[in-house]
Design a protein. Structure first.
Length: 267
């Protein structure tokens, strides 16, 4: 998940998942080819790139110099789907993975050690994939959120049932200091951390649908200045526009991974 988690050069502070546990803390793309991935997201989102110690198949995406996402070009080699995956901060990856399996979810990868922490790739009981990370973060959590990711949204069969599942795994709405707050607004479950909206859960997905965009899944939203320009760039560089409005567009990259761009005014 982390691809290279130590703090940025020159930083003396260490930020860990113990301070933001239960909240999304990173997003990662599993792709097939590093070069085409860099070219696509560089054109669409303006990202720059830096290598990491894990090898040539891994990159960190930077927005205005800040780390915002990880890229792992291992989909073909590891027989994994090309997709964006959100990771949640936990105090123990092993405990979180055990909780997921106890509640009917599955563990696809891990938990495994990726110094300076541990990670696992999991799925909830409706099949939506997500990850957990225990350990150090790139930078302080508010800086990461301000850099570009706006929030993540779970499309699932039953938002109430999903909120119970994730709440039990991540201690949402518990009496533990620093836990995420859960509210029900307009038919959605809204997750807040420190007062900021970090995730939404909505009903309506179909578990047996052949289209992965309709099956339960987590959708990653990136905040951008110009939604229409991002949509045009996606089409020009081999991607597609699945839906588009004035403030938001659902895009598919040149390898098939789906994501959303959202106007910064909507954050």
């Amino acid at each position: 998940m982390n691809h290279d988690m130590p703090s940025p050069a020159g930083s003396t502070d260490v930020f860990s998942t113990h301070s933001v546990f239960g909240a999304p803390c990173w997003v990662s793309l599993t792709s097939r080819d590093v070069k085409t991935t860099e070219e696509f997201y560089g054109a669409v989102l303006g990202w720059e790139w830096r290598p990491v110690r894990l090898g040539d198949r891994f990159r960190i995406a930077l927005a205005d110099g800040q780390p915002v996402a990880g890229i792992a070009a291992v989909a073909g080699m590891w027989h994994m789907a090309v997709a964006w995956t959100p990771y949640f901060a936990v105090r123990s990856a092993d405990e979180a993975a055990a909780r997921v399996q106890e509640r009917g979810g599955t563990a696809a990868v891990g938990p495994i050690s990726l110094p300076p922490g541990r990670a696992a790739l999991l799925a909830d009981r409706d099949g939506a994939t997500f990850g957990v990370w225990e350990g150090e973060l790139f930078t302080d959590w508010p800086t990461w959120r301000r850099a570009q990711p706006a929030f993540i949204r779970l499309h699932t069969r039953d938002a109430f049932d999903a909120a119970i599942f994730y709440g039990e795994v991540f201690d949402w709405a518990s009496d533990k200091p620093g836990c995420c707050e859960v509210q029900y607004e307009g038919g959605e479950v809204v997750l807040r951390s420190g007062g900021a909206v970090v995730a939404r859960i909505e009903s309506g997905a179909l578990g047996s649908a052949p289209d992965p965009a309709i099956r339960p899944h987590w959708q990653v939203h990136f905040a951008v200045k110009d939604v229409a320009a991002c949509a045009r760039a996606a089409e020009l560089h081999g991607g597609s526009v699945l839906s588009q409005g004035p403030e938001e567009a659902v895009l598919r990259d040149n390898e098939g991974a789906q994501f959303t761009v959202t106007s910064r005014r909507e954050r």
